[in-house]
Write a new protein. Sequence first.
Length: 139
Amino acid sequence: MSNQRPLGEIITLPKILDPRGNLTFIESNNQIPFKIERTYWVYDVPGGEFRGGHAYFENEELIIALSGSFDVVLDNGFEKKTFQMNRSYFGLYVPKMIWRHLENFSSNSLCLVLASQIYNEKDYIRDYNEFLKLAKGIH
Ligand code: TYD
C-alpha cells in the first residue's frame, strides 16, 4: 500500500489582456486553495545557485516566476517532478510535506512565493532522510 502524496500542480491564474499591458491577480482562498498569511520573494540569485532544499510539515505555497525563469523540483518521497517556471500567470501549488528545491535561475529572475503560514522554523524539515522516513510512513 502506498501513501504517496500528490505532487504539486500548476494553477493558471486569471489574465486580463490589455494593449496597455497585461494584468494578473490572486485572491486569498479564491484562485488558490489556501489563505495567504505571508509573501516573500527570492531575487539576485547568482548563476548556478540552488534555493530551498526542504519541506514543510504544514505550510503550503504558491510559487510564481514573476520575471525570468527557474525550475522547481518537487519530491513526495516516491517520485520527483521538475516544473519549468517562466510565465507570470502560472503558479505552482506546493502542498505540505513535499520536498522542494529551486534551480536554474535566469539572470534577473524574480521568484514570488505566497505562503499559507507565517514564518516558523519549526515547520521546516531540512534533513532529506528525515523527510523520506516521514513521507514513506517509516517511524
Ligand atoms: P529559507 O526558507 O531557508 O530559504 P531557502 O530554503 O531558499 O534557502 O530562508 C532563508 C532564511 O531567511 C532563513 O534562515 C530564515 C529567513 N526567512 C525569514 O525570516 N522569513 C521568511 O518568510 C523566510 C521564507 C525566510
